[in-house]
Design a protein. Structure first.
Lengths: 79, 422
């Protein structure tokens, strides 16, 4: 598999029930609003720091509703 | 020489009764252009359902999809409680809408056309049923199927409508990558608004050059507008795109010196009356924060409270959320509550105003559909357009206008227990 250089973490808002596990597992990527639902930037995140991709994967695996997904983006961008 | 129609176009020959197929063919001349798709591209027609997406691009997308069966879905759900254009159109020229749908079907290679009319409007349902009946047995004609989903604000959102056709649920679907192709069963579907379909009908009959004779170069053609509020009587009229708002308002006998205009619909935006000479078309309205949207205009007089009007709309829209997504299900009631506090007046109004602004920013763009985004746009436009009056409310001064008569018609809120999600 091609190495992921940049990605966007995407949430399916219909599946999401606001458990906020993603916020605990990847606080650098996920904020939560006052109702406990995730706020995630739609701008690509560079994986120059490998640990951030690891956090994203933890968040995806840790979601009880399986509402998260990592989407590989084309052009790597600065973070 | 080909006989064509002048303005009104989609409402041409409109009388109290819908035109029969024979009357329709007489009124609109049974002419057809040769290169349908070429004419549609050249026409520059943009969708009249709210989003304003280029119709030719939608058609092109579906032409590029290979499938055994494709369907055209005509969307006449008319979710806007203050919009009446689709039912006006279907009560006048149902066959023009069906002509357009047939043209679209020809262009994408569809053999079925699903026509969706809300069941809350039995008269319109009957008109469409009669029109479809008249067309039965015509050679080469695709099969028309009438559907009557229950009326809800979000039921007319295209993915919700397709959801209804598939599973009898009028709830929007999550579509991360747009534009994407919706499917009815396994058939790729093109969803077209009823008015848009009527314009496609006109283009198929008379061609792009004729179509562009009215309107602006960026927004060609005519469009239907539902005008209400401080007017002699609520009216649906057909205007050329690019006509000034002042002229449109004069046509319906509106208050000549209003405070503001609600444009687009419940999920639209307020526009200050200082822009009354602005042209009614997206290239002019969008930079002013407004839009043609679903073709709705509400005239707000000087002595009304724009904040109170907005609160009533937002409270209703919050209740209309399908409650699938947290930011919409919880966020919209929170916006309505903040607006309520501001309208009533409170000691910490200043803090409430700040929280309202922050909540708008947080909610925007976080639902599966655009329902919450529309409400946020409305609230933000209200805070901008009625800024001085909002300031009065934030300072705690009482507002007598807030409790006087209302100008934006808002249906009564149905309680959760009364809602039927079929």
């Amino acid at each position: 598999m091609r190495k992921i250089e940049s990605f966007v973490l995407k949430v399916n808002p219909i599946l999401c029930d606001g458990f906020a596990h993603c916020h605990e597992l990847a606080p650098e990527l996920v904020n939560i609003d006052e109702w406990g639902y995730p706020i995630i930037s739609d701008q690509p995140t560079s994986t120059s720091d490998r640990s951030i991709l690891e956090s994203a994967r933890l968040a995806v695996r840790g979601c009880p509703r399986q509402a998260l997904r990592i989407e590989r983006t084309e052009a790597p961008t600065r973070r | 020489m080909t006989m064509t129609v002048s303005l009104p176009r989609v409402l041409h020959a409109a009388s109290g009764q819908p035109l029969s197929l024979r009357e329709h063919e007489y009124a609109f001349a049974a002419t057809h252009v040769d290169d349908l798709f070429g004419e549609l591209v050249a026409s520059g027609l943009a969708g009249r359902g709210g989003a304003g997406f280029m119709t030719a691009r939608k058609v092109e997308l579906l032409r590029g999809v290979r499938a055994r069966h494709k369907v055209v879905v005509v969307n006449a759900m008319e979710g806007e409680p203050i919009g009446h254009k689709d039912r006006t159109l279907l009560s006048a020229n149902p066959h023009l809408v069906l002509d357009g749908a047939e043209y679209v079907a020809t262009m994408i290679g569809a053999r079925q056309i699903d026509v969706c009319v809300s069941r809350s409007d039995p008269t319109v349902v009957r008109h469409v049923q009669d029109a479809i009946g008249e067309r039965e047995g015509r050679r080469g004609s695709p099969a028309f199927v009438l559907h009557t989903p229950p009326w809800r604000y979000v039921a007319g959102e295209e993915s919700a409508l397709v959801h209804w056709l598939n599973d009898n649920e009028t709830m929007p679907q999550y579509r991360p990558n747009r534009p994407n192709v919706l499917h009815v069963g396994r058939a790729p579907a093109l969803v077209v608004n009823a008015e848009t379909s009527a314009h496609v009908g006109l283009i198929g009959h008379f061609g792009a050059e004729w179509f562009r004779e009215v309107g602006t170069s960026a927004s060609p053609g005519s469009t239907l507008v539902s005008v209400s509020g401080a007017v002699v009587r609520p009216t649906v009229l057909e205007v050329p795109l690019g006509m000034t708002l002042r002229t449109i308002l004069r046509e319906v006998g509106a208050d000549p010196g209003p405070q503001a205009i609600l444009t687009g619909g419940y999920g639209g935006a307020w526009l200050s009356a200082e822009h009354l000479d602005a042209a009614y078309c997206d290239e002019v309205l969008r930079p002013l924060g407004a839009a043609v949207g679903a073709g709705v205009l509400v005239v707000l007089p000087m002595d009304a409270c724009g904040l109170a009007e907005t609160r009533r709309v937002v409270a209703w829209m919050a209740n209309e959320s399908s409650r699938q997504c947290g930011p919409c299900a919880f966020g919209l009631p929170a916006l309505a509550e903040d607006l309520g506090t501001l309208v009533r007046g409170s000691r910490d109004a200043r803090a409430v105003l700040r929280r309202l602004t922050e909540r708008c920013a947080v909610i925007d763009g976080r639902g599966a559909c655009r329902h919450p985004d529309g409400v946020v746009r409305l609230v933000e436009s209200a805070l901008r357009v009625f800024a001085d009056h909002v300031e009065d409310h934030a300072n705690g001064s009482t507002c007598s206008a807030a409790s006087s008569r209302h100008w934006v018609a808002v249906p009564e809120i149905e309680h959760e227990s009364q809602l039927v999600w079929e």
